[in-house]
Design a protein around this ligand. Structure first.
Ligand SMILES: Nc1ncnc2c1ncn2[C@@H]1O[C@H](COP(=O)(O)OP(=O)(O)OP(=O)(O)O)[C@@H](O)[C@H]1O
Ligand SMILES: [Mg+2]
Length: 435
């Protein structure tokens, strides 16, 4: 079950909401649809689900409807229409008391300008939600101290807020939400008021905490780089509508429309894109148990100088060159065993950032081998492919054309790839083996 599910959610401010929704229903842009009505469509037909433990980022320019959306998630705002479910419970029909309970026990919120109470200590501020919830002083202290430890502020517990820098104050805000112990955190531009270096630090801290705590986080930002750093998935909003939902990589490589393409035009792609999105099929992949005669034929037919060799569980072993195949043949061998080298090819994992591939490609005699987490060969990256991929994802926003990222699993098992490019030479021969 998703931690949070939003369905056909609308928020229209002003009069004649029904008329406004009717006009918006067919997808008309909001300015056009609402001309002549004294209504603002802040959120139009939002649909998404957030998985437990996910950081779901909502990104968009000022006025695109982000805050309105997030405030409907915990019932701070009543939607004009639609459904919000938290752990399967419909939020939009909850009575005030049930809503308060929901906010106490399930969903906490961290705001951009986190108002700490100036005459209370950092500890008291961090434990404030617990005080409201009626916990004893000792319990409050323990949980608030725990939360302060998580954000690295233990030593500041007894200080007053004005002793803290802006970044630290924001961490107290985060601590307050953590102390509440809810599974879901809503963060509305929580880091936006911080200067860039502090902001990066606190982003790192959030990611570290997240790795430990596995909260479900809805994070709002208008900063693309922040969105890409933090988000497992990102929803892009424009004029009240969600125009795309996807991973950073999906949004970069396959923007849903020109608007998103322009939005992401300035992103440093080499940091977001990974080996898996630029690799291609290895041309000649053979099992180590095939004989040199078979290898020679595969090399000739594929017109490549090197065989990528895999072992019995399809794990990548290394490469064998033409010369070595010839030597094995002359020495009368029945397999490639003993001729496989790991010297001439570098290996990377599929999630290696493109930025980190340059050095590997430069040092690898043959195309770099991309391995999955079990060490099987997923694909290769010839130098020229790396350069071409960069060129075609140049920040003009145009999606990459041509080479599909390989998704059909490791091993290049020779299954015909539909629509493969003519130069996609798959292994012609390989030993049959159980999968
Ligand atoms: N209480 C309100 N009454 C009327 N209109 C509102 C209200 N709150 C928001 N709006 C309008 O709804 C639209 C979306 O506003 P919202 O605050 O959700 O945007 P946002 O994406 O959070 O923007 P920002 O990045 O500036 O915080 C805007 O046009 C805004 O003027
Ligand atoms: Mg806002």
């Amino acid at each position: 079950m998703p931690a949070l599910a939003v369905k056909s959610l609308y928020k229209i401010f002003g009069n004649r909401a029904d008329e406004a929704m009717r006009r918006l229903a067919d997808g008309a842009p909001r300015a056009e649809a609402l001309a002549g009505l004294s209504a603002t469509a802040a959120v139009i037909d939002a649909n998404f689900e957030v998985r437990p433990g996910e950081i779901f980022v909502v990104m968009g320019l000022s006025g695109s409807g982000k805050s309105t959306l997030i405030r409907m998630l915990n019932g701070l705002l009543q939607p004009t229409k639609g459904s919000v479910r938290v752990d399967g419970v419909e939020v939009t029909t909850l009575k005030p008391a049930a809503l308060r309970k929901l906010r106490r026990e399930k969903i906490s919120m961290v705001f951009q300008h986190f108002a700490l109470m100036p005459h209370r200590t950092v500890l008291e501020n961090a434990g404030y939600a617990l005080e409201v919830a009626g916990l004893s002083k000792a319990e409050r202290r323990e949980r608030a101290m725990d939360a302060l430890r998580m954000v690295g502020l233990t030593e500041w517990a007894d200080k007053l807020p004005h002793h803290l820098s802006g970044g630290m104050q924001q961490r107290v805000g985060l601590a307050r939400a953590l102390a509440a112990g809810t599974d879901i955190l809503l963060m509305d531009e929580a880091f936006s008021a911080l200067d860039p270096l502090i902001r990066r630090e606190i982003q790192d801290q959030l990611l570290e905490l997240q790795a430990e705590l596995g909260k479900t986080i809805i994070f709002i930002t208008h900063d693309l780089n922040e969105a890409m750093r933090l988000g497992d998935r990102i929803a892009v909003m424009r004029d009240g509508r969600i125009v795309q939902i996807g991973t950073a990589e999906e949004i970069l490589t396959d923007p849903a429309n020109d608007y998103v393409a322009q939005f992401v035009a300035d992103v440093d792609r080499t940091r977001i894109l990974t080996a898996s999105s630029v690799m291609e099929k290895a041309q000649t992949v053979l099992d180590v148990n095939v004989g040199p005669r078979v290898a020679a034929r595969a090399l000739r037919e594929n017109q490549t100088p090197v065989v990528y060799v895999t072992g019995s569980r399809k794990q990548f072993l290394g490469t064998v060159t033409e010369d070595e195949v010839l030597r094995a043949f002359r020495e009368g061998r029945q397999s490639l065993e003993g001729y496989v080298s790991t010297e001439q090819v570098r290996t990377v994992t599929a999630d290696t950032a493109v930025a980190d591939l340059f050095a590997e490609c430069a040092e690898s005699v043959h195309p770099v081998a991309v391995l999955d987490e079990t060490g099987r060969l997923s694909g290769v990256i010839p130098r020229i492919t790396l350069l071409a991929a960069l060129a075609s994802t140049a920040p003009d926003g145009s999606p990459r054309d041509g080479a599909e990222p390989e998704t059909d699993g490791p091993g290049n098992d020779g299954a015909p790839a539909d629509g493969a490019a003519p130069n996609d030479l798959r292994p012609i021969v390989r030993k049959e083996e159980p999968v």
